[in-house]
Ligand binder design. Structure first.
Ligand code: RFL
Ligand code: PHB
Length: 392
């Protein structure tokens, strides 16, 4: 089989890239390891930056997002058992929108299916060859187990952190920067209305907690846990008791956590990771395949979307014979990636309770929280990073 671009992975990065390329008249095929239902139901990110919303809307993909997405003008940092609001919109003029990643993925799959753009689910044994030539090849088995080969002009590695595209690049051609954190997130989706109309990022001596939401009836909550912790150790009762303790406020500002049936639970390790450059010959990495941020800054999906916006233009030019944007692809994306790496690291270290921290480190953390919530300049810095920077 012959196509112009083989896209590996049907997450937000792969699906949006394929959509952008098809709309520009470029032929491409998406190969996805998981089945269609799994990909549509996978619970992950929730916060869309304004540039992400604007892009999806400009592509005609914003109908459900406009109807069901929840625009937010602020968020709370909760510490010392009190709330401190960061007025995102007052400080930046912009909003963020809470709309589940899986809803964006569903909208993109539906748009592909309505237009006849091909996605092959349940593929296996994907392997890349000749990526350092102008005719890369992708081998795989289709859902029926039949061995197939695609010959193409370029491969887009959008197969996430555990995919095969990044490991297909020789170690000597990549520089890896990495940091692991001594905590993980236990995330739950619960059938109960949000307990507050905005997100709450809580710093507490028992560990970090986050109150978020998906719809007026569904709440999304996270707890900092030990990375070695098993899900079995966390009964629903224990989860609610811990969330209640960490989200507690004292004095002014009543807060009652609304409990409800837990619909989904999972533990996610936290890491920062960048593999540079994002291009090896005709293989281009985008999204989590190239970089990971801890979720505290709500940046991962937004970065994946920013990457493929740049990559679609670079591939369009490359296929017309103009190499310039493809040559600049990695450096262009890495400026934004490193800003998001810094911001996500900053939010993570400011808000979590490091089991190895000494008293000095804990005092610095509290001082940073007080400064961020009492200085307009410091709050604006957090806010402009959170809503999405137009420049980097
Ligand atoms: P994905 O979504 O991981 O998609 C990769 C796809 O590739 C498939 N795949 C393969 N396909 C074919 N062959 C192979 N060999 C393959 N190997 C893998 C996978 O099945 C999958 O379908 O990567 P992509 O597209 O780069 O998107 C990245 C985002 O998913 C990720 O950055 C975000 O979810 C991160 N994230 C958040 N980002 C935000 O912008 N805002 C948030 O609020 C936010 N919250 C979060 C998050 C991630 C979380 N977890 C679970 C990691 C909260 C959490 C808890
Ligand atoms: C979410 O709603 O899933 C969410 C919100 C904010 C984050 C991470 C995840 O920082």
């Amino acid at each position: 089989m012959r196509t112009q671009v083989a896209v590996i992975g049907a997450g937000p990065a792969g699906l949006l890239l394929s959509f952008l390329l098809h709309e520009a008249g470029i032929d491409c095929v998406v190969l996805e390891a998981r089945d269609r239902e799994y990909v549509r139901q996978r619970v992950r990110a929730g916060v869309c930056e304004q540039p992400t919303v604007e892009l999806l809307t400009s592509l005609g993909l914003g109908e459900r997002l406009a109807a069901e997405g929840m625009p937010h003008e602020g968020l709370s940092l909760r510490f010392d058992r009190a709330d401190h609001r960061i007025a995102l919109t007052e400080l930046t003029g912009k909003t963020i929108t809470v709309y589940g990643q899986q809803e964006i993925v569903k909208d993109l799959i539906d748009a592909h299916e309505a237009r006849g753009y091909p996605i092959s689910f349940e593929v296996s044994d994907v392997s890349l060859s000749d990526v350092d030539t102008e005719r890369p090849r992708v081998g795989y088995r289709d859902a029926e187990g039949v061995a197939r080969t695609i010959e193409c002009d370029a491969v887009a590695g959008c197969d996430g952190f555990h995919g095969i595209c990044r490991p297909s690049i020789p170690d000597s051609a990549l520089t890896v920067y990495e940091r692991e954190y001594p905590f993980a997130w236990l995330g739950v989706l619960a059938r109960t209305p949000p307990s507050h109309h905005e997100l709450i990022y809580a710093h507490h001596e028992r560990g970090f907690a986050l109150h978020s939401m998906r719809t007026p009836e569904i709440t999304r909550l996270y707890l900092q846990v030990d990375p070695a912790e098993s899900l079995e150790a966390w009964s629903d009762d224990r989860i609610w008791a811990e969330l209640t303790a960490r989200l507690e406020v004292e004095g002014e500002g009543e807060f009652t956590l609304r409990e409800g049936p837990i619909l989904d639970k999972g533990i996610t390790p936290m890491r920062s990771f960048v593999a540079e450059p994002l291009r090896h010959g005709r293989l281009f990495l985008a999204g989590d395949a190239a970089h990971i941020v801890p979720p505290t800054g709500a940046k991962g999906m937004n970065l994946a979307i920013a990457d493929v916006r740049v990559l679609s233009r670079a591939l369009e030019a490359l296929l017309r014979g103009d190499e310039s944007l493809a040559s600049a692809y990695s450096d262009t994306c890495l400026r934004r990636v490193w800003r998001a790496e810094h911001f996500s690291w900053f939010m993570t270290t400011m808000l979590h309770t490091d089991p190895h921290a000494d008293g000095f480190a804990r005092q610095l953390q509290l001082s940073q929280l007080r400064y961020t919530t009492s200085s307009r300049a410091a709050a604006t810095s957090l806010a402009e990073n959170y809503v999405g920077l137009p420049f980097v």
